[in-house]
Design a protein around this ligand. Structure first.
Ligand code: ADP
Ligand code: MG
Length: 252
């Protein structure tokens, strides 16, 4: 499991993650929801040590992420960041190969090549594999970054708004893929979502943040309710049962 203990981060006078304590399970799909500025990305960045915390401790399977060698952390935990920047002129396949770096140190083994090929296949990128990244559409590029993260083949996969730029076919395809990585490969998928209905349908657990704190934490039956969503977002919701799923309507 990932243990987050009293993690705090401030910028000047603003505390954007406020003494958050959470444990993230070693399998299943956990979604993090909440309004813009709630601290979701900051928390994931701290867990994956892109960012330091002002206070608190994070451990992954007992390994302290702030003091452990980065390679050891990277074998256990991967992250798709909310805004990936890439200046290098590389192809989709080369990008996905970067995901193997913690394992291969730059020299790809047959196992690495297999992981790269499966990630490309899973993300529907076979026809784009030799195209330069900078020639792709936003959604195609997003899938290439997801493939890079999957190629890293870690137990914990953190994804910050992975549905950004994806059409409904690829968004649903990605959610099904993440669900099957949890169910069939025993991975723990933790993802930030704005589409609360994808969170409702695909998650085992939904954590809601607001103002740097966790304000809801439970299965979709507890968090996808009118009262809980109104508390998180401060707007009106109607929750309906559609085909056995809880679906929130919020367009008016
Ligand atoms: N580098 C930074 N400097 C100052 N404030 C920041 C910085 N990064 C994030 N913040 C602020 O921290 C808060 C939480 O941001 P973030 O974690 O990105 O929220 P979320 O991902 O939930 O939308 C926001 O109010 C944001 O403006
Ligand atoms: Mg964010």
């Amino acid at each position: 499991m990932i243990a987050i203990d009293s993690v705090t981060k401030s910028y000047g006078d603003a505390t954007v993650v406020d003494a958050v304590s959470l444990t993230l399970p070693d399998s299943g799909v956990t979604s993090i929801i909440g309004p813009n500025g709630a601290g979701k990305s900051t928390l994931l960045s701290i867990v994956s040590r892109i960012l330091g915390a002002d206070a608190g401790v994070v451990s992954v399977e007992g390994l302290d992420v702030f003091s452990a060698p980065s390679r050891e952390v990277a074998k256990r935990l991967s992250i798709l960041r909310q805004d990936q920047h890439l200046t290098a002129r590389i192809t989709v396949r080369e990008l996905v190969e970067f995901g193997r770096f913690p394992h291969s140190h730059g020299r790809l083994t047959p196992e690495c090549r297999e992981a790269v090929a499966s990630a490309i296949e899973y993300c529907d990128l076979a026809e784009l594999a030799d195209r330069p990244i900078h020639q792709l559409s936003g959604g195609q590029r997003q899938r290439a970054f997801v493939a890079m993260v999957l190629a890293q083949d870690t137990r914990y996969v953190l994804l910050d708004e992975p549905l950004n730029n994806l059409d409904m076919v690829h968004a649903t395809g990605l959610m099904r893929l993440l669900r099957s990585l949890a169910d069939d490969h025993g991975k723990s998928i933790v993802l930030v979502l704005h589409d609360i209905n994808y969170a409702s349908v695909y998650s085992d657990r939904i954590i809601a943040m607001r103002g740097g704190a966790v304000v809801q934490d439970g299965p979709p039956t507890e968090v996808i309710t009118e009262a809980a969503l109104e508390d998180v977002y401060g707007m009106e919701f109607r929750v309906h049962e559609v085909d056995g799923e809880r679906i929130a309507a919020y367009y008016r």
